[in-house]
Design a protein around this ligand. Structure first.
Ligand code: NAP
Length: 351
């Protein structure tokens, strides 16, 4: 690799468009739980699109959501939602265990679909969804929202241009105190709970962004009484030989930082590295801060606005996948997590 000796060491500007500039589409929200509320707010505040329908297993919950976000149509079933001809795309916000079925339900009704992370329980399920989308020529995107944020574009650009030299290692952790005592969704094997699919997917996806396809994956984990992972540590080896050291836990709060170390300099993403509040620092070999981009959002945009805008842009452009998060990447992340689960011994009932 040729090192960019004539390029000044400074962070590039993100190339991310303003989410308000993306085309307007009509969203249908499938499963109005916690994250669906954040998504509806992000669409309303930060994009020109709108949520026009919501579907819940309960008519009452759908109506409550509709009232909160001024959504015109509330359905007491997902089937009615996906059949709505005035809906352009479905946002699937159910637990991991249900993503495959709900994504297929939308696709079979001819609807493009944005599927919450983790995309499915397993790579096999991801392949089913992607095959259905391909056969219908419909857009499918994994709602790994970080991939569409401006600071991830800075990381992408730095890696593409070799600004920090040859890649040596990536470190990323994601720990939140969500177990015991947190949402049932995280502790229940039936709902594909555990730290990996909920929290670990961020470090795994980040390492994939930086290192590409792993040539090797090793993992060790501590399981709960019910057999989902509470804490998992992963190493990946990138195709170029760089290492990724990744961890996740739902039993403790960790710094949630990421570092990309190269032979010339390193990137440090502080705060929740995967969110829009993260500050990126370019740090030199003597630990000097060379450049810094503070995180944060303006009042008229939310973190999820960027994924919603990118989806709308792809949909109107007639694309079937986002170039920022291609299907091959979504599948590879699921394959990496399958490899981790095999080693730590997590099997979900019914997968
Ligand atoms: N992007 C992010 O930052 C972020 C953050 C948190 C979670 N997530 C992801 O979003 C998804 C949902 O998480 P959440 O925290 O919003 O979950 P949640 O609050 O439990 O909501 C999930 C909703 O799914 C519906 N549902 C359908 N089948 C279900 C079943 N068998 N059991 C329970 N609920 C079922 C329920 O709505 P109805 O019964 O009303 O239809 C429920 O309200 C997960 O994939 C998670 O990883 C993403």
């Amino acid at each position: 690799m040729t090192l960019p000796i004539d390029v000044p060491l400074q962070l590039p500007e993100p190339r991310t468009p303003d989410p308000h500039d993306a085309p307007a589409i009509r969203w249908g929200v499938l499963a109005p739980g916690g994250i669906a509320h954040a998504f509806a707010d992000a669409v309303a505040v930060g994009t020109s699109s709108s949520v026009v329908a919501v579907g819940s297993r309960s008519r009452e919950r759908a109506q409550d959501f509709a009232d909160e976000f001024s959504v015109p149509r509330a359905y007491g079933s997902y089937e009615e939602l996906v059949a709505d001809p005035e809906v352009d795309a479905i946002y699937v916000a159910s637990p991991h265990s249900e993503h495959r079925d709900h994504a297929l339900l939308a696709l079979e009704a001819g609807k493009p679909v944005l599927v919450e992370k983790a995309f499915t329980r397993s790579a096999a399920e991801a392949r089913e969804v992607l095959a259905a989308a391909e056969s219908q020529n419909l857009l499918v995107v994994e709602a790994m929202w970080s991939r569409f944020l401006p600071h991830y574009d800075v990381v992408r650009h730095v890696v593409e241009t070799g600004l920090i030299g040859e890649l040596v290692a990536v470190f990323a952790d994601h720990g939140q105190r969500l177990y015991p005592g947190g949402p049932a969704r995280l502790s229940q094997p039936e709902l594909a709970g555990g730290a990996l699919l909920d929290l670990g997917v961020y470090p795994v996806s980040f390492a994939d962004l930086v290192l590409g396809a792993p040539s090797a994956v090793t993992a060790t984990g501590t399981l709960t009484d019910l057999g989902v992972d509470a804490t998992t540590t992963i190493t990946v080896t990138g195709a170029g030989g760089a290492h990724g050291v990744l961890s996740c836990t739902m039993a403790a709060v960790t710094p949630v930082t990421a570092v990309v170390a190269g032979t010339l300099a390193r990137l440090e993403l502080s705060g929740a590295f995967y969110g829009p509040g993260s500050t990126i620092r370019l740090v030199g070999p003597d630990n000097e801060v060379i450049d810094e981009r503070p995180g944060g959002l303006t009042e008229d945009v939310r973190g999820f606005s960027y994924e919603a805008a990118e989806f709308a842009r792809c949909l109107v452009a007639g694309e079937t996948e986002s170039p920022l998060l291609p299907h091959a990447t979504t599948l590879r992340v699921m394959e990496t997590m399958d490899a981790v689960r095999r080693q730590v011994g997590v099997v979900y009932p019914g997968e």
